[in-house]
Design a protein around this ligand. Structure first.
Ligand SMILES: Nc1ncnc2c1ncn2[C@@H]1O[C@H](COP(=O)(O)OP(=O)(O)OP(=O)(O)O)[C@@H](O)[C@H]1O
Length: 275
């Protein structure tokens, strides 16, 4: 199966300080790949490179065989719709003048959903991310961080994406909401083949959600492999230190989750509309 997303030997510096150095990664249809590492290890920079929001100084990035930084606003609208982003700070990415339901409606319109269907589809997306329908009438400033994060997820899922780049998608959520969101993303992956590049400090969420994990340290990959292997038998001392820093509950829970996951579906290459 060919890769949906491929970063090949990418490097990126800011003001001559390397943020990412010589990283190669692939995400295949239906696959979840996590990026973990301490703050400043280059996870968000890789996410932004994958989306074409920043350009690499060296190496190449391709999504469905195209350079995402070169996609044109109109002509490549369909490709853009298949590559979606759930940012770390959604408040900054949502238009403050649009009600949250309108933000999702705009994404549906861009996806060619007729006007008469948009309200129902928006309500359905709100329901699926666990937001009360009346919140669709609120402006971003009237929503909490967790609610905004779920609006950002609803908007990303509206276009039936092939790949969603999620930067800390669960960071502002309480435990129950986080579990529900991960269930939704998993269900979508299994039903439609949506793939994820998943940046997270939350190693329990990574253990539950990611097929493969790359461990980053100061912009370089120190270890990568199947999450199950990394979590139960890490080779690199840095990976062990990250796991230890997350506390024994993460490893215990991860091991249980992974045992369960080992019996569930592997990535597939179906690609239906999620809504
Ligand atoms: N726009 C920028 N300008 C200058 N330096 C930057 C910029 N973005 C990131 N950096 C630097 O690049 C390095 C990697 O940052 P990055 O945000 O990719 O790490 P991260 O692992 O996502 O961190 P966090 O977990 O805190 O979000 C850091 O040293 C950071 O200070």
């Amino acid at each position: 199966m060919s890769a949906l997303l491929r970063l090949d030997a990418v490097s990126k510096s800011y003001a001559h300080r390397p943020a990412v150095t010589d990283v190669t990664l692939e995400v295949h249809p239906g696959e979840s790949v996590a990026l973990v590492g301490e703050s400043g290890s280059g996870k968000s920079t890789l996410a932004r490179l994958a989306l074409g929001l920043v350009r690499p100084d060296a190496g190449t990035v391709s999504f469905e065989g195209r350079d995402p930084a070169r996609l044109r606003a109109r002509a490549d609208r369909d490709v853009r719709a298949r590559l979606q982003f759930v940012p770390q700070h959604p408040r900054g990415s949502l238009n403050p003048a649009l009600r949250s339901g309108e933000a999702v409606g705009f994404a549906l319109r861009a996806h060619g959903v007729p006007r008469r269907e948009r309200a129902d589809r928006t309500a359905e997306l709100f329901r699926r991310v666990g937001l009360a329908p009346e919140l669709a009438r609120r402006f971003p400033r009237e929503l909490s961080g967790g609610q905004l994060q779920r609006v950002a997820v609803a908007r990303a899922l509206a276009t039936g994406p092939a790949l969603v780049v999620c930067d800390e998608p669960t960071s502002a959520l309480d435990r129950d909401t986080r579990e529900r969101l991960l269930d939704l993303l998993t269900e979508l992956r299994e039903r439609t083949g949506t793939a994820y590049l998943f940046v997270s400090h939350d190693l329990a969420a990574v253990a539950r959600f990611a097929h493969r994990t790359l461990v980053l340290r100061t912009g370089r990959v120190v270890e990568q492999g199947r999450t199950e292997h990394l979590w139960t038998a890490p080779d690199h001392p840095y990976t062990r230190a990250l796991l230890d820093a997350s506390g024994p509950h993460v490893t215990l829970r991860a091991t249980k989750t992974l045992r369960h996951a080992a019996h569930s579906a592997e990535p597939n290459d179906k690609n239906e509309d999620p809504t």
